[in-house]
Design a protein around this ligand. Structure first.
Ligand code: GLU
Length: 538
């Protein structure tokens, strides 16, 4: 049996993410990219972004920018990959414009990192394989292949290309090509015997060569398919660990044979498990999937607008560190029951061996929970800094707020930090702080301001007058003043606090009443109480 993989070797760690810019990427792709990034960072290696754009007809404008923005938002930027000049050389119509400010100035030593810019290199390798008799031109037309496939189907046997041109002389084939005949190039797979592959998670697998095709390594349009391009690039870019999705397992033996035919060292192959919804089905919009699909991206007129992960972060208010933690646990676990693991902890706990072979589950509820934990763990200042843009988006704060506006918003935000699970919730939670008067619902007015008739009006007015005299204005003193007034009016518990809450916030629930009043300040509080007294009088 041929030894087709080496299980261990000693090379600098270099991993890659190799997406195709053909649409927006599934969250599973980012999970796999994160695993690759973790392997590189854990071992002090490099993480490479290679854009697999050989299928030019499928390139979707905007998807390249979306991809890079998502990586950036998640904090898994590449050490080598597309830079300003390689991106500037792309066809803008096809790829869409990419904001140069998100691109590095230098791409790296092993570029270009766009497969469409590496065609000469693939031709070189194809030529080598042809010359060494390891590949051959095949001249079947699509119709001929379809007819062969139909015969196989009728006989209910799997279709395997019949290898008609495998032993044709190369010289003769070249003559036919020179006469303009269209051809593909196929790779000579072993015709019989076992093929051995080794995956770092699954160990050894023995495949039967008689079930394998001589697959195409150059299509009739002159472009190489994934099978050739990825193998050449992984070698040339010195990739030590090829970490990719498990959908590539069926073609794994092809890749192993190709690497061997080229006389190259096998990388460490790792096939990461797929990502499923909580119902164990393929992820789709069905899975509550706002977080999966995000607020963006959208295909508008065939162009991808916005991007997925940065949409989750900048519009929905997931923290990048929470997303990283959450994604890392889809198909990997530290081997104990730890779940909340900041990056430094993830990096020290992460190991390739502990990646699971069973599908990982994307549980949107768990993401929300974890995000809440991360939000609660932020320092107050950090929380406020991250939450302020959400108040600006909601127009509760102007785009260029002055110091007083920021201070006031910060105090309001701090009161809500414990409760927030997504930063975009802060606008709904704090909106009553900002206008001169809050919105009073009819129901709250009826339940808490008008109930009790004139005594409630009198009570609120007494609360206002005792608050107008207090010094200093802080939570404790506010509480004393309100409680003393409540006792004078023989009010207890909810009867004491609720009307005051509704009067100053328009709401029946919220953060602690006295801290809210303290945060709101004397002037606003008194204005609102005066208005509520009017409402209570009916
Ligand atoms: N371009 C391939 C894809 O998007 C890459 C697979 C790989 O990581 O090798 O599925």
């Amino acid at each position: 049996m041929t030894e087709l993989t080496s299980d261990s070797f000693d090379r600098p760690v270099r991993t890659r993410f190799a997406p195709s810019p053909t649409g927006f990427l599934h969250v599973g792709a980012f999970r796999t990219a994160l695993f690759s990034w973790l392997v590189a960072k854990k071992f002090g290696g490099q993480f490479i972004l290679r854009v697999e754009d050989t299928d030019q007809a499928r390139v979707v404008p905007g998807s390249l920018e979306s991809l890079i923005r998502s990586m950036q938002a998640l904090g898994i930027m590449y050490d080598e990959g597309p830079d300003k000049s390689s991106v500037a050389a792309l066809d803008v119509q096809k790829y869409g414009a990419v904001d140069p400010s998100i691109l590095p100035d230098f791409d790296g030593e092993y570029g270009p990192y766009f497969q469409s810019q590496r065609l000469t290199r693939y031709s070189e390798v194809l030529e080598q394989l042809l010359e060494e008799g390891k590949a051959y031109y095949a001249f079947e037309t699509q119709e001929e292949l379809d007819a062969q496939r139909a015969v196989a189907m009728a006989r209910k046997i799997p279709f395997l290309y019949n290898r008609r041109y495998r032993d044709f002389s190369l010289g003769e084939s070249r003559d036919r090509i020179a006469r303009g005949e269209p051809a593909v190039i196929r790779f000579k797979m072993p015709v019989s015997g076992p093929i051995r592959t080794v995956d770092a998670l699954r160990g050894e697998t023995i495949w039967d060569a008689t079930t394998m095709d001589d697959f195409i390594i150059q299509k009739s349009d002159g472009f190489p398919p994934y099978h050739l391009a990825a193998i050449v690039d992984d070698h040339d870019m010195l990739i030590s660990h090829v970490l990719r999705g498990e959908e590539w397992i069926p073609s794994f033996p092809k890749h192993v044979c190709l690497v061997q035919a080229l006389g190259w060292e096998q990388p460490i192959w790792i096939h990461a498990p797929s990502v499923l919804g909580t119902d164990k089905k393929k992820l789709s919009k069905r899975h509550g999937a706002k977080p999966l699909i995000g607020p963006v991206p959208e295909l508008k007129d065939g162009e991808l607008t916005g991007d997925f992960l940065s949409g989750l972060i900048n519009q929905e208010g997931y923290l990048p560190e929470a997303l990283v933690n959450f994604l890392a646990l889809i198909g990997w676990s530290p081997g104990d029951d730890r779940e909340v693991m900041p990056l430094s902890e993830l990096l020290s706990a992460f190991s390739v061996e502990a990646i699971s072979t069973a599908p990982g589950i994307f549980d949107a509820d768990k993401l929300l929970w974890m995000n809440g934990v991360y939000i609660r763990n932020l320092s107050r200042e950090d929380f406020v800094q991250r939450a302020l843009p959400f108040l600006q988006n909601a127009k509760l704060l102007p785009d260029n707020p002055n110091i007083e506006e920021v201070t006031y918003a910060s105090v309001a935000l701090e009161l809500e930090q414990e409760r927030v699970k997504r930063l975009d919730e802060v606008s709904a939670l704090t909106d009553f702080f900002f206008p001169e008067l809050p919105v009073y619902s009819e129901k709250s007015v009826a339940n808490w301001l008008r109930k009790g008739g004139m005594t409630t009006a009198a009570y609120l007015s007494a609360v206002a007058s005792s608050l107008s005299n207090i010094e200093p204005w802080n939570e404790t003193v506010v509480e004393q003043a309100v409680r003393n007034t409540g006792i004078e009016f023989n009010r207890e518990k909810g009867e004491l606090t609720h009307p005051v809450r509704v009067a100053v916030t328009g709401r029946e629930t919220g953060p602690g009443l006295f801290e809210t009043i303290a945060a709101m300040g004397k002037k606003r509080t008194l204005t609102r109480l005066a208005h509520a007294v009017e409402l209570a009088r009916g």
